[in-house]
Ligand binder design. Structure first.
Ligand code: NDP
Ligand code: 2IT
Length: 443
């Protein structure tokens, strides 16, 4: 079936949901030609069914701020598909959250989780609650109110949420505490928990580390290596900071990181000690990079994206659509050879098409950032077994999983001796879910 015809139907059924349309278009662009060669998938209308979530829960979240004012936000959980395992995916708390964003993220999660090789379906949730500038008590009251509704829709074998933008260790702890209290059970119903209460080693670092391991696989495939490479990263949250840490530990040079206020430029390369300062500033003081720049006398470019800094490798690790066609052109012109997406859909469709045409080694988020949810999957396994594995063991499994994701991309993405990772990741992620759906019959 023609892409335009398929997309016209999707847009008609989901009016105004731009981010969701974009995510589906990227997948359909690669998967529809594959479906055309497999009449079984076409007859069963697999793609039409895959783009319709199993269900969406939307609810009111009322809470009281420190001044005694009543505040009202909206909570969501998009349970996209449990074809190959319980619903699994993060929660995002950000003022930009709306249904289209969570549908795009839930849809991506289905393919990503399939690629991890673990039995997990796809979901995403969150709220338009903005944690910026809120006290710990306000965040706690919000999380407790949010979970008071969400808890009835989740469970260790039903749906297992985790973190995403604006949801880190603090929020997961409040959410898990309230879940445990309401359900009167101690199970692994959230992942990203603290190590003292069922969390897994390496989960905090897993998305960033995994994204670096994936870049290492792509380079190895063309007989190259990370050591000595100059890297630019966007974001300075969970994904970006741990990607930066692993890059430095593996001998690469990190010259830029960003946040909502701008980016820092460190031409001689960031150090691990300074990165620790940034992690502390972001995670505990909830400060911004211009504070860091002032403290260390580093160049800070306010209001700008970091893609103007020349590099060998770019890691977009902040948010969706943060790297457009013009940014892609600038990166290519400056000699960038590899892009590994730590964030979900950070590159616009036009930007990724440009990378594809230029045969840049381009790893879409569903492959490159799957290490986070993969270690969430291992946290679920450890919780079920009532065991915890060592840091070395979990890191070894993370590296193995990223290698296996890379192998799947090569298997399905090879084109004239070059690997098209967009095609490889989408088709490989699709096949496993489609096979399960075919086996279940019509539902
Ligand atoms: P965090 O909240 O820890 O960090 C997000 C970072 O991105 C912050 O530095 C933030 O800036 C910056 N940022 C967010 N929105 C914008 C924006 N509109 N413009 C510019 N900068 C922005 O989130 P994570 O690191 O967890 O998530 C980052 C990305 O990675 C997201 O796309 C997420 O979906 C994806 N991801 C996360 C996984 C995880 O395990 N956490 C797993 C897989 C993907 P500031 O510091 O100023 O707030
Ligand atoms: O986008 C993602 O993969 C995440 N935010 C992590 C999801 C998870 O369940 O660990």
């Amino acid at each position: 079936m023609e892409l335009d015809q398929f997309m016209a139907g999707l847009v008609r059924r989901n009016p105004g949901e731009k981010e969701f349309h974009q995510a589906v278009r990227e997948v359909a662009d690669k998967v529809l030609p594959f479906i055309a060669a497999h009449p079984d998938y076409q007859k069963a209308r697999i793609m039409e069914r895959m783009t319709e979530p199993d269900r969406i829960v939307i609810f009111r979240v009322s809470w009281e701020d420190d001044d005694g004012n009543v505040r009202v936000n909206r909570g969501y959980r998009v349970q996209f598909s449990n074809a190959i395992g319980p619903y699994k995916g993060g929660l995002r708390f950000d003022k930009s959250v709306h249904l289209s964003v969570l549908k795009f993220l839930g849809f991506e999660q289905v393919f990503k989780n399939s690629l991890t090789t673990l039995p997990m379906g796809g979901a995403k949730g969150g709220s338009d609650f903005n944690p910026k500038g809120k006290s710990d008590s306000e965040v706690m009251r919000f999380c407790q109110s949010f979970m008071t509704e969400l808890y009835r829709h989740i469970g260790e074998d039903v749906d297992v949420p985790a973190g995403d933008i604006g949801v880190g260790a603090r929020e997961i702890s409040y959410l898990f505490g309230q879940y445990k209290r309401l359900s009167n059970e101690f199970t692994g119903t959230l992942t990203g928990k603290g190590l003292a209460f069922g969390g897994s080693q390496v989960r905090t670092e897993a998305t960033g580390y995994g994204c670096v391991y994936f870049a290492r696989e792509m380079l190895a495939h063309v007989n190259d290596e990370l050591e000595g490479k100059t890297c630019v990263l966007s974001g300075s949250g969970n994904v970006a900071t741990y990607a930066a840490q692993r890059l430095m530990q593996l001998g690469a040079k990190v010259v830029a990181l960003s946040d909502r206020t701008g980016f820092i430029h460190e031409p001689d390369g960031l150090t691990l000690e300074r990165l620790d300062y940034i992690i502390e500033l972001k995670e505990h003081q909830r400060g911004s990079l211009d504070q860091y720049a002032k403290e260390f006398g580093v160049t800070f470019c306010p209001g700008k994206k970091p893609w103007i800094v020349p590099c060998d490798i770019a890691f977009p690790c902040a948010t969706q659509n943060e790297l457009d066609k013009e940014d892609a052109r600038t990166l290519i012109d400056h000699g960038c050879r590899l892009v590994s997406e730590g964030a979900n859909m950070p590159t616009t469709f036009a930007g990724s098409t440009l990378f594809e045409e230029a045969q840049i080694l381009f790893a879409p988020g569903k492959a490159a950032n799957a290490g986070g949810v993969a270690i969430s999957g291992l946290e679920m396994s450890q919780n079920s077994m009532r065991l915890s594995w060592t840091r070395e063991e979990v890191d070894r499994q993370l590296q193995e999983i990223m290698t296996r994701i890379h192998e799947q991309c090569v298997e399905y993405g090879i084109e004239n001796g070059h690997v098209n990772y967009i095609k490889g990741a989408n088709v490989a992620g699709f096949v496993k879910v489609a096979e399960a759906m075919l086996a279940y019959g019509i539902m």
